[in-house]
Ligand binder design. Structure first.
Ligand SMILES: C[S@@+](CC[C@H](N)C(=O)[O-])C[C@H]1O[C@@H](n2cnc3c(N)ncnc32)[C@H](O)[C@@H]1O
Length: 225
């Protein structure tokens, strides 16, 4: 397995094109270029793309621009083209889609909505957080055509002097179902913690600023595991 460090996050074409993608004011928005890059690599025109936790709809905008068919869901839709749905039960047939992109909650650090089914209400310090995301992984596995790929963005957590290896713990769950393709480090130089206050806190309490997220790229195998 190759671990690659990249600056995709800050790539100059992050804001490519004339149209907008998703909503930069949405807390937890995925940079459009991350999705654009995945769709270029793992799909072709006319393919079916799904985002089970669509947020501000970045996946929809990028997929349509690249002439892919797209279906996007969220437990708290903020646009008409996002279907209200819990990602633990996706209303699509088995072996139906060519690619799934998901940028899931990383813990209970962001308040997305008041929806009781929001997985972002569960702390990543609890086993339950991974159990619920594993149900989403099982659904992604079910709807993907054999041999097709998915991309999952997630990050670690360091709060109240405690580190949670959220990314690796989630990877362990995903490995039960999918074949690894790659692990990408999405660097975040313009993140909110890149300020003087956070730098001095990091020195005082001896922790590293969270400067990256993981992008896990995995494939549904062609055979039964
Ligand atoms: C990190 S955001 C996604 C950001 C999105 N990719 C974008 O670019 O705007 C995570 C999303 O997961 C949604 N979510 C949380 N639990 C969910 C569930 N059980 N089913 C569906 N969506 C869920 C939240 O409402 C939130 O919009």
């Amino acid at each position: 397995m190759q671990i690659e460090s990249t600056t995709l996050w800050d790539f100059p074409t992050q804001n490519y094109g004339d149209t907008s993608h998703g909503d930069n004011k949405f807390n937890g928005v995925t940079p459009a270029f991350v999705i654009w890059n995945l769709l270029q690599r793992y799909t072709k025109e006319g393919d079916r793309v799904v985002d089970p936790m669509a947020g501000s709809g970045t996946t929809i905008d990028v997929a349509l621009e690249l002439n892919r068919k797209v279906r996007a869901y969220d437990v708290h839709p903020v646009r008409k083209d996002i279907i209200k749905n819990d990602a633990r039960k996706i209303p699509l047939p088995d072996d139906y889609v060519d690619f799934v992109f998901i940028d899931s909650p990383y813990s209970d650090n962001i308040k997305y909505s008041d929806e009781p089914d929001c997985i972002g209400k569960i702390s990543c310090e609890k086993e339950l957080f991974y159990d619920e995301l594993e149900k989403v992984a099982q659904e992604i596995l079910r709807i993907l055509k054999p041999g097709k790929a998915m991309g999952w963005v997630i990050a670690d957590q360091w709060i109240k002097k405690k580190f949670s290896a959220t990314g690796f713990l989630m990877w362990q769950r995903l490995e039960k179902y999918f074949e690894p393709i790659d692990i990408i480090c999405l660097t975040r130089h313009n993140q909110t913690s890149n300020t003087g206050v956070w730098h001095s806190r990091a020195r005082e309490f001896n922790f590293y600023l969270r400067g990256f997220k993981y992008l896990f790229i995995m494939r549904k195998t062609n055979y039964i595991k």
